[in-house]
Design a protein around this ligand. Sequence first.
Ligand SMILES: [Zn+2]
Length: 232
Amino acid sequence: MPFVIYSERLAQESAKQYAYRILRRNILLLDMKPGEAIVEKDISAKLRLSRTPVREALLDLCRERLVEIYPQRGTRVALMDARLVDQGRFLRETVELALLELACKSFTEEHLAKLEANLAEQEHEVEQGDLINFFFKDNEFHRILFASCNKDTVFDAISFYMPHFTRERMLRLQMFNPSELIRDHRNIMTAIKAGDCRTAKMHLSEHLDHVMCDQQILLEGYPEYFIREEHS
Ligand SMILES: [Zn+2]
């Protein structure tokens, strides 16, 4: 079972919070693959924790539909659910389009400079072939937009509630070059700079659409990762 310990336990973190943070990150970044078995005692050993906090963390992840626990058959990483991916995208688009209305009115030179710097970092990560860091820089781009309107905690909150959309974004990065995502970011930024809210919104919708448009290719490339639709 590939399992990455991204960082040591933080000073203020309880054992359960530490297990939860590391497990959730492994699942979202696809280090732990959809459908993969989770062996509680192996996780406990690797994290050097007792089994209770690991079990409690798994229960929390089960409530978030990232883990499935079967009394007889064991525990596994939840398969990706196209319905939940779609709902995550809906949440993100609905809120972020409203955010752009505010951003187009209140964006300052300072915010633009932050976006420019972030875009340069995105390009650097792609040149280095570091898709994980690119993924974080992509998130940061959008967080800067929210923060520019004093809505940064809104971005954090909605990001939390779309883990299946997040996993699909990660999967897409493994199959497609992210240069078109950078182009979208630049288009969004240029439209905001011009105060052209309609164009900014159009580019944002296109940006979030990439994942959905390519879903069929992802389903064909990784059928074992997805819940199969039942057709009667
Ligand atoms: Zn983006």
